[in-house]
Design a protein around this ligand. Structure first.
Ligand code: F0G
Length: 452
């Protein structure tokens, strides 16, 4: 691995002692969401909006045209997106979930069904908010952490066809998330997107792509799918979007910016109602909740995000940490995804009962041992306390380490591997936790814990 950039401006990170970290964590009620970011050494909570912008992006910021209507910056962004996606209509929004709420608000109604490989939380939330059923139909391999498959994000075409046969009148469009974040950042193959699109066409249904990590997905296609070895990333992206009728995107991922999002649409079928909600909720057609300078940074970021040497380094990052974990005998979702590694907490804490929340315990141990912040994806996030006081648990206990783009170096990853090794060899000393306070919905963000 070699970082295809050099560092021009740095941000200090604070070294802390183990004793300090225990104190910080206890003050945060053993919930890493409640830590102050300045007390974290390697912050791998999310890859969303946390990356480093390039000098070219910072320079573009100075060109931002802050006109309310018809800003020059909008037309720059539109030109870039027209080129990469082949879609005519560009509707800027302030982030991904805003793109979702505007599009779904304009197109969906109560009682509808939307199939997807896996809906991200906010996508599901925005659909369910208007009474739409969000159905996840990823292939069976996509649900098995240890099973190796080159495109674990693929949608189960047979299952979609069955749904279309039964419920076609309730389905306004089909969705596809690239890469499949909820399933471990796993890619979707071009063949699968093509087949899905053809199937939807047969039933006269549009295809909408959740395009957050489209560039990472394109790089996986180039590396793994026969016939694409010699194609440029842009050509692969253009083909991928050619099968779709529209897309929503959080630009905080592969567009390499700290804030921003958009909708793109091929035809003007939904345009009037989308524009109406955009103006109501986000802003005028040419800025949609963003400053002109943000549009500039995004226009540059989108082009840097499809650079092959950057993407090669990017996908190598997760693979590299995966190799280190394999050598340490630590289990994880295989193969490693594009933006994150998902550690199987049970492989480090095989004897810890699920009632002691092993993924949360591992997350805390990583912070105490090395100041690393990941996120629990297990029974705290997906379990529930029922009204009779009993608990439901999740079938997997994972810790996600998601990597901000262009921010951490190989030696940070080496340090993480060392920390994981120490955590594993001292696993018998890791303490489980119990919940002392929790919210009814999305409890993982604010729950308070005590040591068991
Ligand atoms: N779709 C996917 C696939 C995402 O991963 C996210 C965000 C969104 C939509 C929503 O975008 O945050 O800009 O409103 N994922 C982040 C994460 C938060 O940590 O995985 P947003």
């Amino acid at each position: 691995m070699i970082e295809p950039f050099r560092i021009k401006s740095i941000e200090h990170i604070k070294m802390t002692s183990r004793e300090e970290r225990v104190k910080f964590l206890e003050e945060a009620k053993l919930n890493v969401f409640m830590l102050r970011a300045e007390d974290v050494l390697l912050d791998w909570l999310t890859d969303s909006g946390t990356g480093a912008m390039s000098s070219a992006q910072w320079a573009a910021i100075m060109l931002g045209d802050e006109s309310y209507a018809g800003a020059k910056s909008f037309f720059k962004l539109k030109e870039v997106l027209n080129d990469i996606t082949g879609m005519e209509h560009v509707i800027p929004t302030h982030q991904g979930r805003a793109a979702e709420s505007v599009l779904f608000g304009a197109v969906c109604k109560k009682g509808d069904i939307v199939p997807n490989n896996s809906h991200f939380d906010t996508t599901r939330g925005n659909l369910e908010f208007i009474g739409v059923e969000a159905v996840d139909l990823v292939i069976p391999e996509g649900r098995q952490p240890a099973t190796i498959h080159p495109f674990k994000g693929n949608i189960d075409i047979g299952a979609v066809e069955e749904l279309l046969k039964k419920e076609k009148d309730r389905i306004p469009f089909g969705m596809m998330t690239v890469t499949n974040n909820t399933g471990g950042g796993q890619p979707v193959s071009m063949a699968n997107i093509r087949e899905y699109s053809q199937l939807l066409k047969k039933y006269n249904k549009p295809l909408i792509i959740d395009a957050c990590r489209f560039a990472e997905n394109a790089m996986f296609i180039k590396m793994r799918e026969p016939g694409y070895e010699k194609k440029s990333i842009k050509e692969i992206c253009q083909e991928l979007f050619s099968y779709a009728d529209g897309a929503t995107m959080s630009a905080k991922k592969d567009a390499l910016v700290n804030i921003g999002g958009f909708i793109v649409l091929k035809s003007d079928q939904w345009l009037d109602s989308v524009r109406e909600l955009l103006i109501l909720w986000e802003g005028f057609l040419t800025y949609g909740g963003m400053a002109g300078r943000d549009l500039e940074a995004m226009a540059v970021g989108l082009q840097e995000g499809i650079d092959e040497s950057y993407l090669r380094y990017r996908l190598r990052t997760t693979e590299y940490l995966g190799e280190k974990m394999e050598a340490l005998g630590i289990g994880f979702v295989k193969p490693t995804g594009g933006h994150a590694v998902y550690i199987d907490a049970k492989s480090i804490l095989p004897d810890m009962p699920v009632e002691h929340y092993p993924a949360c315990a591992l997350c805390n141990a990583l912070y105490i041992e090395g100041g690393i912040r990941g996120v629990e994806i297990g029974s705290v996030m997906f379990g529930k306390r029922l009204d009779d006081g009993t608990e439901t648990y999740h079938n997997m206990e994972l810790v996600r380490l998601a990597f901000p783009r262009r921010m951490y170096t190989q030696s940070h990853l080496d340090f993480a591997a060392e920390t994981l090794g120490k955590v594993k060899s001292n696993a018998s000393k890791i303490r489980g936790v119990k919940i002392t306070k929790q919210a009814k919905f999305l409890r993982h963000f604010t729950a308070e814990f005590d040591w068991v």
